[in-house]
Design a binder for this molecule. Structure first.
Ligand code: GLA
Length: 380
């Protein structure tokens, strides 16, 4: 993160900042537990060093002026406007402002510039990073007094109401609660969470961005959620977390094949997260990796959120000696997450881009992972 570059951009667009402060919120990885959050299940994410950084300066009015450095685009809206900007990107900040106000926070106008290095559309939650950066900052600056979980919910409500993505809570939760060198196991039904130190001796986590843009807005992501809700309803439970395998099998004749397979994936994925959390306590990375491969199979065949490029990357990882690999995040493109023994790393980073390019005539990108802290003010 580069605060002097933000300051320069601020001066260019809004003049010399009087006062103001710098804020950040991270993107995330998820070791395992995909599409379980909105089913009341467990997830296992960690915040990463890639983050959104903002300089925010209260302007004493009821107007918000934004400049998104990475887009080279700006926007202005009144905090009292009930429609908000039409450009989707700016609706994230607008939604956060409105959701904070709805929770009683006395938001005031401000000028802000922001930029980030969370790759867009890579499934690393750049949008949650943006929401949490502003939610956390405005809550502090306006003395809102909301706790971290409420701020995560502000981000999630923004996705639901202003963007149209019916996401779960994982991305915003981890952007708020991330801790250096720790993954977090979150129970999305109860909200209970536990930090797991992540220092896998002899292994590394590496992402490969397929550069197939994952766009959840208007995507079949919401359809997956509807399938799950239909099955839960028929099973007489609130979420699939509480549906047993027996109950799913007994419902099979009354379900479409598609809904059945979606639910089968979710039930399996809920079990896999618990297997992984036991294995991590034993330092058993072979089991962790095996579960990651199983998750990919389920996401590809039952949940159908993978694509040719991600299937190729996971197969390739396996053939190069990865301990585990799978598509990460919502799906429909984005990254694979790979658990690599140290001795495989050099060959992996050399071979994967070449073979991918040869096969698809397009580039992919290796992204190193370091597990980092959650949303915070940058003291400088
Ligand atoms: C997206 C959503 C999350 C979660 C994942 C899939 O990242 O924002 O809530 O559902 O997909 O695990």
């Amino acid at each position: 993160m580069n605060t002097s570059s933000l300051r320069k951009h601020f001066e260019q667009h809004f003049g010399k900042p009087s006062g103001g402060s710098y804020w950040m919120a991270p993107g995330r990885i998820n070791l395992i537990g995909e599409h379980t959050d909105y089913n009341g299940g467990f997830v296992f994410p960690g915040a990463v060093t890639q983050a959104i950084t903002a300089l925010i300066v209260p302007n004493g009015s009821r107007t918000v002026r934004l400049w998104a450095v990475d887009l080279g685009q700006g926007c202005e809206f009144s905090i009292d406007d009930t429609n908000g900007p039409t450009v989707v990107h700016f609706r994230y900040v607008y939604g956060v402002v409105r959701e904070l106000m709805e929770r009683g926070v006395q938001v005031q106008g401000f000028d802000a510039v922001y930029q980030g290095d969370v790759p867009l559309g890579a499934g690393m939650s750049s949008s949650a990073a943006l929401e949490c950066c502003f939610a956390n900052a405005l809550n502090e600056l306006c003395h809102g007094g909301l706790d971290k979980m409420s701020l995560a919910l502000v981000g999630q409500a923004t996705e639901h109401k202003y963007i149209g993505v019916k996401c779960g809570i994982m991305d915003q939760f981890i952007s708020m609660f991330g801790r250096e060198d720790c993954l977090v196991r979150l129970d999305c039904r109860s909200g209970e969470y536990a930090y797991f130190p992540w220092r896998p001796e002899g292994y590394r986590l590496v992402l490969v961005d397929s550069c197939v843009k994952h766009i959840l807005v208007g995507s079949p992501y919401n359809d997956r959620r509807l399938s799950c809700e239909r099955v839960a309803h028929l099973a007489g439970v609130e979420t699939l977390r509480d549906c047993t395998r027996e109950s799913l099998e007994s419902l099979k004749p009354s379900l479409s094949d598609e809904d059945y397979r979606r639910a089968r994936f979710v039930l399996g994925e809920c079990e896999r997260v618990l297997t992984v959390s036991d294995a991590l306590q034993q330092g058993d990375y072979t089991t962790v990796g095996r579960q990651m491969f199983l998750t990919h199979e389920g996401l590809s065949h039952d949940y159908e959120v993978s694509c040719a490029e991600l299937d190729f990357l996971v197969d390739l990882a396996r053939s190069l000696g990865a301990t585990g690999a799978r598509i990460m995040g919502g799906g429909f493109g984005g990254c694979s997450i790979n658990l690599l023994p140290d001795e495989v790393y050099d060959t992996f980073v050399a071979e994967v881009p070449q073979r991918y390019e040869r096969h698809f005539r397009r580039s992919c990108r290796i992204i190193p992972v370091a597990i980092s802290g959650g949303a915070s003010k940058i003291e400088n």
